[in-house]
Design a protein around this ligand. Structure first.
Ligand code: MG
Length: 376
């Protein structure tokens, strides 16, 4: 892919258009930058290569389109990212078009977060991953200016970060066994379900790792509420902690029926995206799975956690397949949640960042200013 072709900055159009190839990564090294007092946005596409084909109840893929973002102010660079699994409807084209349309140079104070993000949100409907990329880069930038990681700025105790799950997709027995081996360091296994092999897959995992709890993500794959309830009981007997998105996202009444009877919490994922969606879920789902690529970033995700808690709902923080940039950003919120599923960076073969790590199965936040990620 022609790198230069995509180096189109909202406020650096001229610089980007005449810049040598490799500008984006070169910006991370030592360089002299004049203090401009302006916010400058740069971005370029980056294809995430998956370690294994990712098989869900309704799809399979080996790559994820992604756009890497930099937001610069007076020589300090914040990093962000948009990851676009196809089912969410965004693409390299839509994200680059959206980012190209932004005029962030109108803001001369990066701490005007409310104004900046309200502006970004107002430019066009949707474009949630594109908006998240700006939000993440802005948080990284501000944290670096303040010299503090975001979990500290939010007043959170990193020791309260939960364990994170490791995801095992729908696959052949051989591949499932191989993935369970990879999952050995983890204290929670997330199983993608929704096909005939569901119980077989769980049995293999329980045979290989009998003491490790599991959770399951059905990705809308179940089509009978009676069978779903039966399966919830079967899973509860096998140490399952919760069930994510059992039915089609439009099945509101059926989901409420299951939630009322299920021994396990029922968590919403595909059924919602942003803050206003949560209110109608009280009584339908037991909790929500927040992802930055749906929530438009950290700023709204924090508000979503607050609202869900006020509604006495469980909160999970998840991710798409992403580099350690967006995963580390999300990890800053993890001390506030019940469950974390932040393994998206581990599922890709070409991570550009180092960031939060998983130590003995637990999310371990780094004491680095900003979102806690460093360009490799
Ligand atoms: Mg899910």
């Amino acid at each position: 892919m022609n790198r230069r072709k995509f180096l189109i900055g909202s406020s650096l159009g001229l610089v980007a258009a005449t810049a040598p190839a490799g500008l984006l990564s070169a910006c991370s090294g030592e360089r002299k930058v004049a203090k401009t007092g302006k916010l400058t946005l740069r971005f370029e596409p980056y294809e995430l290569k998956l370690r294994h084909a990712f098989n869900l109840a309704r799809s399979s893929r080996t790559t994820t389109p992604d756009v890497q973002v930099e937001l610069e102010y007076d020589g300090i660079i914040g990093y962000g990212e948009a990851s676009m699994p196809p089912y969410l409807g965004e693409s390299i084209e839509s994200v680059t078009k959206f980012l190209s349309s932004l005029d962030l140079e109108q803001f001369n104070d990066p701490f005007r977060v409310e104004d900046i993000l309200a502006y970004v949100d107002s430019v066009a409907e949707g474009n949630r991953a594109a908006k998240a990329s700006v939000d993440i880069a802005l948080h990284d930038l501000l944290g670096k200016i303040m010299g503090q990681p975001w979990y500290k700025i939010w007043g959170l105790d990193p020791a309260k970060a939960p364990v994170t799950s490791f995801t095992i997709g729908i696959d052949t027995e051989e591949v499932v066994r191989q993935k369970v081996e990879e999952a050995r360091p983890y204290k929670l296994i997330k199983v993608k379900m929704g096909l005939d092999k569901d119980q077989e897959t769980i049995n293999i995992i329980k045979e290989m790792m009998p003491d490790v709890p599991i959770c399951v993500d059905v990705n809308q794959g179940w089509d009978s509420k009676e069978k779903a309830l039966e399966m919830c009981h079967w899973l509860a007997e096998r140490g399952c902690l919760f069930v994510e998105q059992p039915f089609d996202k439009t099945w509101i009444d059926q989901t409420a029926w299951l939630t009322e009877r299920s021994p396990l919490p029922i968590i919403a994922d595909e059924a919602f995206q942003r803050l206003p969606d949560i209110v109608r879920f009280k009584g339908v789902y037991s909790g929500i799975n927040i992802k930055l690529m749906k929530s438009t970033g950290l700023h709204e995700a924090y508000k979503m956690i607050t609202l869900a808690r006020a509604l006495d709902m469980k909160v999970m923080i998840g991710c798409m397949t992403e580099t350690s940039c967006a995963v580390s950003a999300a990890a800053n919120l993890s001390p506030l949640v019940d469950y974390a599923d932040l393994d998206g960076n581990l599922l890709i073969a070409n991570d550009r960042f180092s960031g939060m790590t998983v130590v003995d199965g637990k999310i371990t936040l780094r004491d680095l200013p900003g979102i806690g990620a460093e360009l490799l």
